[in-house]
Design a protein around this ligand. Structure first.
Ligand SMILES: [Fe+2]
Ligand SMILES: [Fe+2]
Length: 225
């Protein structure tokens, strides 16, 4: 394999492994959010339906990356929650892991619920901007399946932050605080400038033995640790 091909293969492998993790983390975490919204806004069926659609999209994205790996005949690289934008954001804002989030407390305290909505909104807006960068990347776009995947992700993404943004605006609440925007920016830099290159250079990095969704519904997801 030529150097250029090896570089390209490794780059796509790392990128797809990070995306696969984040998409899986996205749809499994949205189950918790939906739980909270049903309790906080029981009559707001439109908002609940938007979140259910958001969850379905993230699962669809996860499956697209899984199929990409299946087609390539490789398993994704083992990654941990350090590559999860939402994991880091929740940790920063709520000082706990996603699993430890106390949904009931969040629902009963309006400020906390709004904070959760803002974290999701900012994460998705970041995702949207990142996909726009990816769509201009010739190396990634040289893989036709990857190109198709990111075009679909780009088309779906606005539906993922607009519901939370509209809900916050409807409550007359600020849609973003400066410190949350700063946290989002820092997390993005850590992932792009630290995590991604480290994973790229880690030649001995193991591959997952099982797909993360095989553990859906079980207490601790495989591949998340
Ligand atoms: Fe997604
Ligand atoms: Fe999304």
């Amino acid at each position: 394999m030529g150097l250029r091909t090896a570089f390209r293969t490794r780059y796509l492998d790392v990128l797809a492994s990070i995306y696969l993790y984040n998409e899986h983390r996205g749809y499994t975490s949205l189950d918790r959010v939906l739980e909270a919204v049903r309790e906080r806004c029981p009559g707001d069926h439109a908002f609940q339906a938007e979140i259910a659609k958001h969850r379905a999209d993230e699962r669809k994205h996860y499956l697209m990356f899984r199929r990409w790996f299946e087609r390539e005949g490789r398993m994704p690289l083992v990654v941990d929650r350090g590559v999860g934008h939402i994991d880091r954001f929740i940790q920063w804002v709520f000082h706990c892991t996603i699993e430890e989030l106390d949904t009931h407390r969040i629902v009963t305290e309006p400020d906390e619920f709004e904070r959760l909505c803002r974290v999701i909104m900012l994460t998705e807006q970041r995702g949207y901007r990142q996909v726009e960068v990816i769509l201009k990347n010739r190396l990634i776009m040289s893989d036709p399946v990857m190109r198709k995947i990111f075009e679909i992700v780009h088309r779906d993404e606005p539906d993922h932050f607009l519901p939370y943004q509209r809900w916050l605006e409807g409550q007359g609440r600020a849609t973003a605080r400066w410190n949350e925007c700063a946290a989002d920016w820092c997390i993005h830099k850590v992932l792009m400038l630290g995590k991604l290159p480290a994973l790229f250079l880690d030649a001995g990095r193991a591959r997952m033995a099982r797909w993360p969704d095989e553990a859906d519904g079980l207490p601790e997801a495989v591949g998340a640790g």
